[in-house]
Design a protein around this ligand. Structure first.
Ligand code: ATP
Length: 326
């Protein structure tokens, strides 16, 4: 088996709060175990262009509390081609990088899986995405911070909403996953969450309106997961205007505010533990696995399983939202 001396680290896809804590943990654990570390800037793009910086322990000082990623991130079209990945491999050889730690979402780990199988490179992934849409892990790095950002924003909207008689649709991120919407709804006491996981089975909007949900309320807040399947907050508002014109409807799209901010304690701790575990995995001879967390235990999840579409969501939570808002 290939002896690993130098580990490359990169962040890819959408950034997520806590990525810096993960970068710090990977770097420091690698150095602690006698490896050298090279930081690859701008995700797979930097692997193709050769934008690579040797990292020592000081490079990751004072970053644990910062949102975003000091390694920058990018979406690389070139890396989705065999030619692009060949250039990336040549960069690794030239730089003497023997193994990779990739921090990103399902696209990034899909790229990692393909790259690892083409060139027989040991790669360990960390789930870095606010969407919580990777399989085999209870939560992902950035999810808790995004949820807290949503909570703060919705609390503020509620202050103004309660002064009027209005129906507010607040769109949150999630990339076809409803975790942020459903748990955001519970955390803010919203009337409902409209999520893509069940959008093809039930008409959540008509169900909501016909349930007479606003019996004694001045204003109502509904969290909507961004998705073509739900129609997003705008799509639903259009429907209300046409089908239920008696309602005064307002839309807020929280947008990129959800990606920013200092990571919560939970995300910093999760990222730190997972970062350490990524190096332990390489020391264990593991490859092509994502580090996951299940019932507070760190686990290895094969890339294939991690990136499988349609992470199951706990549907009972919809009922919780409903009961608690009556
Ligand atoms: P997020 O979920 O936060 O958006 P992500 O990792 O899913 O993050 P993507 O843009 O889907 O973000 O993927 C990031 C990068 O991973 C892409 O720009 C591309 O370079 C690489 N990638 C994605 N899919 C593939 C693929 N099928 N083959 C090779 N590389 C891929």
């Amino acid at each position: 088996m290939l002896e690993i001396k130098c580990i490359g680290i990169l962040t890819s896809g959408g950034d997520a709060p806590g990525m810096n804590a993960a970068i710090r943990a990977v770097t420091r654990t690698a150095i602690y175990n006698g490896f050298t570390v090279k930081a690859i800037m701008r995700g797979y793009k930097g692997l193709i262009t050769g934008e690579i910086v040797p990292y020592v322990t000081q490079n990751v000082s004072n970053i644990i509390q910062q949102g975003g990623t000091i390694l920058k991130t990018a979406r690389s079209k070139e890396f989705t081609t065999a030619e692009g990945r060949q250039v990336a491999y040549e960069t690794m050889q030239r730089e003497g990088i023997d193994a990779l730690v990739v921090i990103g979402g399902d696209g990034s780990l899909t790229g990692a899986k393909i790259f690892a199988s083409e060139f027989n490179i040991p790669i360990v992934g960390l789930p870095g995405t606010i969407d919580n849409d990777l399989n085999g892990t209870d939560t992902t790095i950035g999810y808790d911070t995004a949820l807290n950002t949503i909570m703060d924003a919705v609390d503020k909207i509620k202050d103004t909403a309660s002064s009027h008689d209005r129906l507010f649709f607040i769109e949150v991120m999630g990339r076809n996953a409803g975790f942020l919407a459903i748990n955001g709804a519970i955390a803010t006491g919203a009337e409902a969450a409209i999520i893509p996981e069940i959008a093809t089975e039930v008409d959540q909007l008509s169900e909501l309106i016909e349930s007479g949900f606003r019996k004694s309320k001045n204003s109502s807040i509904v969290l909507v997961a961004e998705s073509e399947i739900t129609g997003g907050a705008m799509g639903l508002a259009e429907r209300v205007k046409k089908e239920y014109p008696q309602y005064d409807v307002r839309v807020t799209i929280l947008g990129h505010i959800q990606r920013g901010g200092s990571p919560t304690a939970s995300d910093r701790i999760l990222a730190s533990r997972m970062g350490e575990a990524a190096i332990d995995a390489l020391l264990d001879g593991q490859r092509n696995v994502m580090i996951g967390v299940q019932n507070d235990e760190l686990v290895y999840i094969p890339f294939n399983k991690a990136i499988k579409k349609g992470k199951p969501i706990n549907r009972d939570l919809l009922n919780t939202v409903k009961i608690l808002s009556t």
